[in-house]
Design a protein around this ligand. Structure first.
Ligand code: GDP
Ligand code: MG
Length: 370
């Protein structure tokens, strides 16, 4: 389930409701026992209580599309998928731009990341790295709330002249909760006030022990502005990818997650998806959350039409009947009928959930007025 009431969560952990409410308060969430919280918040609470979370999308279990098992011999190395996180103004966008070397910052209104997407860089060694370009932590957290986890590695950007800040800490917590390894990019090293050692010791107080302090978290000193240290960031990512032994079977129907979506006046529903398993092809029939359709066109991160996308390749797809929510999983199915069946099932579930939420909200209100 993607949501749970506080009471039910306490039940499943065999904890007292008061304790769970207290834990939520510490996280800044005011809740009653009847309150419904999202999966991400619930997971943070569960971790706080020393338990582990296993997420299952019940609708998919019922439909028997929880996925085809791959044989080990069919698995091939795939590119790592990287999300950049960190405090506002510490240089996430600049680093992503420096890494793609095609400047997008200049086009940004007010310095806010408005474009959501993903891109893939190919290194001189022919190795590829996929970057998810998101505003802050949103995509990462909303994706995980909807059951998708696409990130293999988090690059945590910390400005050397500013140090660890609230959103840095939040990013650390999210990465730790998701058990995604981090690479620390100590940015703005070109600035006179840069103090990387202060960053290192501040990270230590938040449980992140970097390599130079005897820990296991790789750290790299960079200047996104001067494009310094970028090769070291990529090296660190590739090393981490090697440790993670990232593999996927390219010879199977595709499965992955929707990274972003929108309605385009001329092209209809457009979704940027990340293929996590299998190869996505033009002509495939895809179910994405409550939407479905035949892939009419596949476009790569440069807007070029392609025929197929191997694992860990971000692509834009055209041809869906509607706009799927960002963060929902997508899967290729055998035929139109199957796609329609799954889509209708999910739409019904969604309506039921919306109704249940309304009832629960009314319950909370009644309690408050009582
Ligand atoms: P974001 O909010 O984390 O995406 O940060 P931005 O990439 O938008 O950067 C915030 C500001 O810091 C901008 O004015 C950048 O030009 C500046 N900046 C980013 N990286 C560096 C760097 O390495 N050195 C210096 N001096 N400034 C940087
Ligand atoms: Mg930004």
């Amino acid at each position: 389930p993607e949501t749970i009431t506080v009471g039910e969560l306490a039940n499943r952990m065999a904890a007292r409701q008061g304790e769970v409410i207290k834990a939520l308060m510490k996280m800044g969430v005011m809740a009653t026992a009847a309150q419904i919280i999202d999966a991400d918040t619930a997971e943070l609470v569960v971790n706080e209580f020393g338990h582990r979370v296993k997420r299952v999308a019940d609708s998919d279990v019922e439909l028997g599309i929880e996925g085809v098992e791959d044989r080990p011999e069919d698995l091939k190395a795939r590119p790592p998928v990287v999300t950049v996180m960190g405090h506002v103004d510490h240089g996430k966008t600049s680093l992503l731009d420096a890494l793609r070397t095609t400047d997008v910052t200049s086009g940004e209104a007010g310095g806010i990341t408005q474009h959501i997407g993903a891109y893939q860089v190919t290194l001189p060694s022919k190795q590829k790295v996929t970057f998810i370009d998101t505003p802050g932590h949103e995509a990462f957290t909303s994706m995980r709330a909807r059951g998708a986890s696409v990130t293999d590695v988090v690059v945590l950007v910390v400005a050397a002249d500013d140090g660890v800040m609230p959103q840095t800490i939040e990013a650390i917590k999210h990465a730790q909760a998701a058990e995604v390894p981090m690479i620390v990019a100590i940015n703005k090293m070109d600035k006179p006030g840069a103090n990387p050692d202060r960053v290192r010791s501040e990270l230590l107080t938040h449980g992140v022990v970097v390599e130079s302090m005897g820990g296991e978290t790789q750290e790299v000193e960079v200047s996104a502005l001067k494009k310094q240290g970028l090769d070291k960031v990529l090296e660190a990512i590739l090393l981490q990818a090697e440790i993670l032994d990232l593999k996927a079977n390219p010879n199977r129907p595709a499965e992955g997650a929707v990274i972003e979506s929108r309605l385009d006046r001329g092209r209809g529903a457009v979704a940027t998806v990340l293929d996590q398993k299998g190869t996505l092809r033009r002509g495939d029939i895809v179910v994405a959350g409550t939407e479905w359709g035949r892939v009419r066109a596949l476009l790569d991160d440069r807007g070029k039409q392609i025929k197929e996308a191997p694992p860990a390749t971000p692509v834009e797809i055209l041809g869906l009947t509607g706009v799927p929510e960002a963060g929902v999983p997508f899967v290729v199915v055998e035929n139109d009928n199957r796609a329609r069946e799954i889509s209708e099932f999910r739409q019904r579930k969604q309506r039921e959930k919306a109704n249940a939420l309304q009832v629960a909200a009314r319950g909370t209100l009644d309690q408050m007025l009582a």
